[in-house]
Design a protein around this ligand. Structure first.
Ligand SMILES: [Zn+2]
Length: 446
C-alpha cells in the first residue's frame, strides 16, 4: 500500500512546459510531468508535486517543450520510402500502372522491404510518429524490422487477386497471412491486420474469406476504398454497386474496417460509417497530389465517424511528416466544408493520435497521455523562433510547428530520439544505403 505522502520510484520522469494529454479533450496542462514505469504511464501531475513524490531513475526536463502522445500514421506503405519521387505529377492509374508497379516488380523482395522500412522508421521517429499502420507485401519482414527497432506497428496481411512476389494464388495469400499472424499474435508492440489492397483488386470470394477470418482472429481490415470517382464508377459498372455497398453486402462494413481515402461519399454512406463504427483514414496530401478528390473530413467528424490521419506511401506524398499531414488535413477540411471552424486544432491533433490509435484497435494502449497507457511520448520544442510568441500551444502545434522541432521520442518508455539524435540508428549508414538503392533503381533504365 502506498499513501500520497510516500516517495515512489519510477524509471523516467519527463517534465515539460506543457502536457497535451489529448484525453480529456482540449486540455493543456502547464508545467506538468509524466512518470513512467515498466513502459507505461503511471502518473501525470504538476512538476513540483512530481519532484517530491517520485524518485526517478532518469529525469528529462524540457521547459520549452510540449509533450504530446506519439503520432499514429494510420496508413503507410513504408517499403516504398525507397521509391520517393520516382514518378510525380501523374493521375492515380497512370502513376500506379505505368510507373510504380513496373519498378516495384523489379526490386521487390525482403531486402527492399527491410531497407525501406528502416529508412522510414528513422524518418518517422524524427517527426514524432511512434506507430504505423502498414500495408505492403512481406509482412513477415516488416514485423521483424519494426520489432527490432522497438517501433509500434500493425502490419497488413496482403490479399490481392493477382500473383506477386509475396504469394502466387489466393490460397497462398491466406496461408501466409495465417503464418505471420500466428507468429505475432501475442506481441506487445507488433500486431497484424488483413490488408486487402482495394475493392477493385479483390474478388467477392476473397473478401468473404477475409470477413470470416477477421472475425475469428479478431483483426481489423485495412483497405483503400472510394479513393477516386473512377473507382466508384467502375464498381457500379462491374458489380452494380458502389464499393461501400458491395463491402456491406459482403459483411465488411463494421467497426473492424479501416477505410482509407474515402474521397467519394454520400451523406447516407457517411451515416452508415458512423452507425457501424468504421474508422476513416484521411490521407489529404496523397489525395491532393494524385488529384483523387477530397475526403469530407468535417462531415465525417460531425457525424461521429472516427477520423485518423495517414501519409500514405512516400511514392505519393512524398514524405512521412505527420505534422505536415495534420496541418494539411485541418486546412483542407475548412476549404472543403467552406467553414473556417471545421476540424479545429484540438480535433486535428486528436485525429493524428487517438483517432489513429482507435482505428488500429490500439486505443486502450496508446493515443493519449493517460495513466495505464503505454509511454509512447513526443517532446516538441516550442521555444524556437518559428513558434514564437507562444499564445496558444495547440494552435502552434497544428498550424506552425515543423517536424524538425521534435526533440525527444519514447516508445513504451524506451528512448528512441534524444535531443534530435536517434538513439540506436546510424543516419549516415541509412543515407548510404538509400543512395545504393537510387543506383539500383536508376539502372533499371526506365
Ligand atoms: Zn495507400
Amino acid at each position: 500500500m502506498t499513501t500520497d505522502t510516500e516517495t515512489r520510484s519510477c524509471d523516467l520522469l519527463i517534465e515539460a512546459g506543457w502536457v497535451v494529454p489529448v484525453e480529456p479533450h482540449a486540455v493543456v496542462l502547464e508545467d506538468h510531468a509524466v512518470a513512467v514505469r515498466g513502459g507505461a504511464i503511471v502518473d501525470v501531475l504538476p512538476i513540483a508535486e512530481a519532484r517530491s513524490r517520485y524518485r526517478a531513475a532518469e529525469t528529462v526536463s524540457r521547459p520549452e517543450a510540449a509533450l504530446i502522445p506519439g503520432m499514429v500514421n494510420a496508413h503507410t506503405h513504408n517499403p516504398m520510402t525507397l521509391l520517393r519521387g520516382i514518378a510525380d505529377d501523374l493521375p492515380l492509374m497512370e502513376w500506379l500502372q505505368g510507373h510504380i508497379w513496373p519498378v516495384e516488380a523489379a526490386v521487390i523482395g525482403p531486402q527492399f522491404v527491410e531497407d525501406g522500412i528502416t529508412l522510414a522508421i528513422a524518418e518517422m521517429l524524427r517527426g514524432g510518429t511512434t506507430c504505423a499502420n502498414e500495408n505492403y507485401f512481406f509482412p513477415d519482414v516488416q514485423a521483424a524490422v519494426y520489432k527490432r527497432h522497438g517501433f509500434r506497428a500493425r502490419v497488413g496481411l496482403p490479399v490481392i487477386d493477382f500473383p506477386t512476389a509475396w504469394a502466387q494464388s489466393s490460397d497462398e495469400y491466406f496461408d501466409r497471412a495465417g503464418e505471420v499472424h500466428d507468429l505475432w499474435r501475442d506481441d506487445p508492440l507488433v500486431a497484424t491486420a488483413f490488408a486487402p489492397h482495394a475493392p477493385y483488386t479483390v474478388s467477392d470470394a476473397n473478401f468473404e474469406r477475409i470477413r470470416m477470418l477477421a472475425d475469428q482472429l479478431d483483426l481489423p481490415v485495412h483497405l483503400h476504398t472510394h479513393e477516386t470517382a473512377q473507382e466508384v464508377a467502375d464498381s457500379i459498372k462491374l458489380h452494380g454497386q458502389r464499393p461501400l455497398a458491395r463491402l456491406d453486402r459482403l459483411g465488411l462494413v463494421t467497426d473492424r474496417l479501416i477505410a482509407v481515402h474515402m474521397t467519394q461519399l454520400t451523406d447516407a454512406e457517411i451515416e452508415l460509417c458512423a452507425q457501424r463504427g468504421v474508422s476513416v483514414v484521411h490521407c489529404p496530401e496523397s489525395n491532393l497530389k494524385l488529384a483523387s478528390g477530397f475526403c469530407p473530413a468535417c462531415k465525417l467528424h460531425h457525424a461521429g465517424v472516427n477520423l485518423a490521419i495517414g501519409t500514405d506511401g512516400c511514392a505519393s506524398n512524398n514524405d512521412l511528416d505527420m505534422f505536415g499531414e495534420t496541418r494539411t488535413a485541418a486546412l483542407l477540411a475548412k476549404a472543403v466544408a467552406d467553414d473556417a471552424s471545421a476540424l479545429d486544432a484540438f480535433s486535428a491533433l486528436r485525429a493524428a493520435t487517438l483517432g489513429g490509435a482507435r482505428a488500429l484497435g490500439f486505443e486502450t494502449r496508446i493515443g493519449s497521455i493517460e495513466i495505464g497507457k503505454q509511454a509512447d511520448l513526443v517532446c516538441v520544442d516550442l521555444g524556437q523562433l518559428e513558434t514564437q510568441p507562444l499564445h496558444h500551444v495547440v494552435s502552434q502545434l497544428i498550424y506552425a510547428t515543423g517536424r524538425h522541432q521534435v526533440s525527444d521520442v519514447w516508445i513504451a518508455g524506451a528512448a528512441k530520439l534524444r535531443q534530435r539524435v536517434l538513439v540506436d540508428m546510424d543516419v549516415q549508414a541509412l543515407i548510404a544505403n538509400a543512395r545504393q538503392w537510387r543506383g539500383r533503381i536508376a539502372a533499371l533504365g526506365r
